[in-house]
Write a protein of this length. Structure first.
Length: 117
């Protein structure tokens, strides 16, 4: 089992920045993927950014060049730095982890990001 706890959401004006954090605990020694998804009202959950199979990073097309995923392995924490935020970035952001052998998905409770003037 893996437990994920997010923090750092909030409200920001267009063009502003936020940094999300996700702390992982439990069986984290063999994760295939860890990163962020988001879900806006009425839309499907979509990939934002993730580390896959080690150091490979993947980004959703709509956030490339604006968002950066990073991590602190010593603290079992993944960060999402979001710059130049747009109203269409408004969503609940979820931390996600995928176990390597079982391919089980684990999700955090979600954190709301609202971009509005």
């Amino acid at each position: 089992q893996v437990q994920l706890v997010e923090s750092g959401g909030g409200m920001v004006q267009p063009g502003g920045s936020l940094r999300l954090s996700c702390v992982a605990s439990g069986s984290i020694f063999n994760l295939y993927r860890m990163g962020w998804y988001r879900q806006a009202p009425g839309k499907q959950r979509e990939l934002v950014a993730a580390f896959t199979n080690g150091d490979t990073t993947n980004y959703g097309d709509s956030v490339k060049g604006r968002f950066t995923i990073s991590r602190d392995n010593a603290k079992n924490t993944v960060f999402l730095q979001m710059n130049n935020l747009k109203p269409e970035d408004t969503a609940v952001y979820y931390c996600n982890a995928v176990a390597r052998i079982t391919w089980d998905h684990y999700w955090g409770q979600g954190t709301q990001v609202t971009v509005s003037s």
